[in-house]
Design a binder for this molecule. Sequence first.
Ligand SMILES: NC(=O)c1ccc[n+]([C@@H]2O[C@H](COP(=O)([O-])OP(=O)(O)OC[C@H]3O[C@@H](n4cnc5c(N)ncnc54)[C@H](O)[C@@H]3O)[C@@H](O)[C@H]2O)c1
Length: 337
Amino acid sequence: MPFTVGFIGCGGISARHLRGFGEHPDCRLVAVADVRRENAASRAAEFGVDHIYTDYRELLERHAPDIVSINTWTGTHAEITVAAARAGVKGILCEKPIARDLAEVDAMLAACDAAGTRLAVGHHARFEPRNVTARRLIAEGAIGRPLLLHNRTEGGLLNNSSHAIDRMRYLLGDVEAAWVLGNVARSTDRYERGEPCEDCCGAILAFRNGARAVLESDLPRADWDAPYQVYGAGGNLCFADALELLDAQGRRTLDLDPSPTQHQEFVAWLRGECEMRTDVHGNRHTVEIEMALYESARRGGAVQFPLEPGPSPLVQMIEEGRLVVTTPGRYDIRAKP
Ligand SMILES: NC(=O)c1ccc[n+]([C@@H]2O[C@H](COP(=O)([O-])OP(=O)(O)OC[C@H]3O[C@@H](n4cnc5c(N)ncnc54)[C@H](O)[C@@H]3O)[C@@H](O)[C@H]2O)c1
């Protein structure tokens, strides 16, 4: 029997998941929901889905889908995930950022675990052949001991930098962080898809295997640019258009390992055939690192793990008046007009 799939949120990223599940031979797309009927209707027409709803609860009640794909903004992920788990869906693939804070992640996991629902997050970089190959090579010792990762991103710590942090963890074999030190600025009234967002964040991450990472999130750009690299004691991996290895034998382009798509692995996971590399039980630590960076800014010092779960320290700092907006005028870096 194919898995029936329902989609909640029919904006930009939904096409990736409608296509991914739609192309899967074991899946059948049954319904889409969006508070904007025109968005639901447009995606339904594009992907040949028969049923359209403006209330996702109606989709859950009428179709009881096996799989739910959540593609709404971050602030709704927890509520929709909990409702879908209680409605008895077998698996939820929710877009990143999985939630706004650790309290929400824990509520989502608790509801899913209680209902026997599997929950994964859309960190698709874990399926990208360059990252898959680099992770294997690092584990095999191709660059010796991994020492340093350097990442520059734009678009908010929870938004695009969640991909960056999650990719660092993936490349390092999902080793946990020991401590982080970070700072944030928010002197403009900046939001990202409806949630408060810092202007910028600079961070050092110290992983338990001794590797360090530098994260430049929305920092002013340097007057030089370089491809993403992982530096090791015996060589570097360079993520240019291709994946390159630089070691004592010189520089060479590497053949890439094949990888399933996130939708293929998700369906196999629901069938009990494999683990899921974006299972939120593991991905929780990515959110924990993000929250620890905010907490580091709040405390003015390094933060060790584990971090006490709770609300977002960024929101706390805003509410406590510790991040003062000196350039008024609310704006959202992702909201569509
Ligand atoms: N993995 C990636 O690389 C990637 C890329 C882009 C976006 N995303 C993530 O995907 C999510 C959606 O981003 P987007 O760019 O597609 O946003 P979008 O604004 O294009 O689409 C969101 C859609 O959700 C609908 N919606 C809002 N609240 C709803 C509700 N309660 N019920 C049903 N529908 C609702 C909106 O009307 C809209 O059509 C975000 O969490 C974003 O961070 C991930």
